[in-house]
Design a protein around this ligand. Structure first.
Ligand code: FES
Length: 101
């Protein structure tokens, strides 16, 4: 199912999106997209609104940090957020970057 247009989530940022009735946090890490549950396992903070540094998102509520590529908590990797596969579909109407000479 389509959850967002790729250009709506710039590199280094995340967004909260809806997929199948659940809120997911969608992140763009240098052009690769990753999705984890939006509700932080600590107290449900919105991870899609957290700051992303590299592959690590910081929960905006109490600053727990999660690796968006694996769902692992940075301080305790045994604790993991559910992760979901993301596929980017390129169509004829997909906006292309403009190049200048
Ligand atoms: S709700 Fe995410 S760190 Fe507390």
């Amino acid at each position: 199912m389509k959850v967002a247009m790729a250009h709506e989530v710039p590199p280094g940022e995340g967004r909260v999106v809806e997929a199948g009735g659940r809120a997911l946090a969608l992140f763009n890490v240098d052009g690769r997209f990753y999705a984890i549950d939006n509700a932080c396992l600590h107290r449900g903070g919105p991870l899609g609104e957290g700051d992303l540094e590299g592959t690590i998102v910081r929960c905006p509520w109490h600053a727990w940090r999660w690796d968006v590529t694996s769902g692992a908590n940075v301080n305790n990797p045994a604790v993991t957020m559910p992760c979901y596969p993301v596929t980017v579909v390129v169509t004829a109407s997909t906006p292309r970057p403009t190049t200048r000479r």
